[in-house]
Design a protein around this ligand. Structure first.
Ligand SMILES: [Zn+2]
Ligand SMILES: [Zn+2]
Length: 379
């Protein structure tokens, strides 16, 4: 007989969550789950709650079409389970999409390609057991896994105020702190450029739909409210480069700029430029795996947009910008004028922190103002 201290070599050091529960038509993902090293369990909607109670602590992920199962998964220990609603009709309808997030889906996706990747990621995170407890769900992970997990798993909700589980520091949002102070250095946010200016992207599909982003809950009132791809111009970037980058990061869509719609200067003299863009590949599916940048994105028609209310947005700019663009009332202006080309070159120098560049701003801006119609400069 073996002594009490001996243990079979194959026994894992600590239990990890490696079961993926596939509910209803998600059963078609069995092979993909197994290819990612997970253990697939299949159930119909009726069986799922009981199976979940039995398997709870070993479940990494639940994939289901019907989000009715999800509210139960928000409680207690179930909070550590990554929940995916996979349904085309759900993912492509903005209100139903928000409804699925409100019911407890951590990800909403039209089809299996993104879901397979997300399941693999949930399994990989769960394998990296470590000493750092997530302040949102208590899952104990390595530093790198926690860094990935916090935005992947919790992009749809506000995290409680808590000290950093890695270094103990408490400053502002624990999610932002962990993202920028810990984990792989190339996955952190670069420091802000020394000059603040912003690019917004109104991306119109050739079929007339527009690109809408679900913003991370932490910057959107605690739920993934809608907005358009937009953000601050990075170090050494031009406005158009920032517009393209933000569309790729927040919506997963490669775009090209086709014109400028608005140039807005606020009371702090901060410039925000709204570009019109189109997708490089009209068949490209917007992203649906949550991360630091967004919870996902979708194409929306103007008719669907008109069903949304102010509370469904981070800010209702899409409701103000998309309909007049669709109706031809808000027209794009060229970005290849001498004045705009000069502005872009100057923005690149300003965001690099070139002090001399600031002295040229007035002249370059006056040139832009005299080149474009006054309506471009309205808010
Ligand atoms: Zn967590
Ligand atoms: Zn820390």
């Amino acid at each position: 007989m073996g002594s009490a201290v001996s243990r079979p070599k194959s026994a894992p050091a600590m239990a990890t969550r490696q079961v993926v529960l596939l509910v209803g038509s998600a059963a078609r993902l069995v092979e993909a789950v197994e290819a990612s090293g997970g253990q697939a369990q299949v159930a119909d909607s009726g069986e799922a709650p009981e199976l979940l109670r039995r398997l709870g602590p070993s479940v990494a992920c639940v994939v289901c079409e019907n989000p009715g199962l999800l509210p139960e998964l928000r409680k207690g220990e179930y909070k550590q389970i990554f929940t995916i609603a996979m349904d085309e009709a759900l993912a492509d309808d903005p209100l139903r999409r928000l409804g699925a997030f409100a019911q407890g889906a951590r990800m909403v996706s039209a089809g299996p390609s993104f879901v397979e990747k997300a399941v693999a990621q949930a399994l990989e995170v769960a394998r990296q057991v470590g000493p750092f407890a997530c302040p949102g769900c208590g899952l104990c992970l390595s530093e790198d896994a926690l860094h990935l997990h916090m935005h992947f798993h919790h992009a749809v909700e506000n995290l409680p105020k808590a000290p950093c589980p890695i270094c103990g520091e408490q400053e502002g949002s624990v999610a932002v702190h962990v993202h920028n102070r810990h984990g792989p250095s190339d996955a952190r946010e670069p420091p802000s450029a020394p000059y603040a200016t912003f690019a917004w992207c109104v991306c119109r599909h050739p079929d007339g739909r527009f690109l809408l982003v679900n913003e991370p809950a932490g910057i959107s009132g605690g739920r993934p409210g809608f907005w358009l791809p937009a953000g601050r111009v990075d170090h050494g970037e031009s406005l158009q480069e920032a517009c393209v980058r933000e569309a790729l990061e927040e919506a997963g869509v490669a775009v090209r700029v086709t014109g400028v719609l608005r140039m807005m200067v606020d009371s702090q003299q901060t410039l925000r430029v709204v570009f019109l863009a189109e997708p490089e590949d009209p068949a490209a599916q917007p992203k649906s795996i949550p991360d630091w940048e967004s919870v996902g994105a979708m194409w929306v028609t103007v008719e669907e947009l008109q069903k949304l209310k102010a509370e469904h947005y981070r800010h209702p700019d899409p409701a103000e910008l998309f309909p007049p663009v669709a109706a031809g009332k808000l027209q794009p202006h060229p970005v290849d004028t001498a004045a705009f080309v000069e502005l872009e070159a100057l923005i690149r120098r300003l965001t690099k922190g070139e002090r001399k560049a600031a002295k040229e701003l007035d002249r370059v801006w006056q040139n832009v103002v005299s080149t474009y119609p006054a309506s471009v400069f309205q808010r």
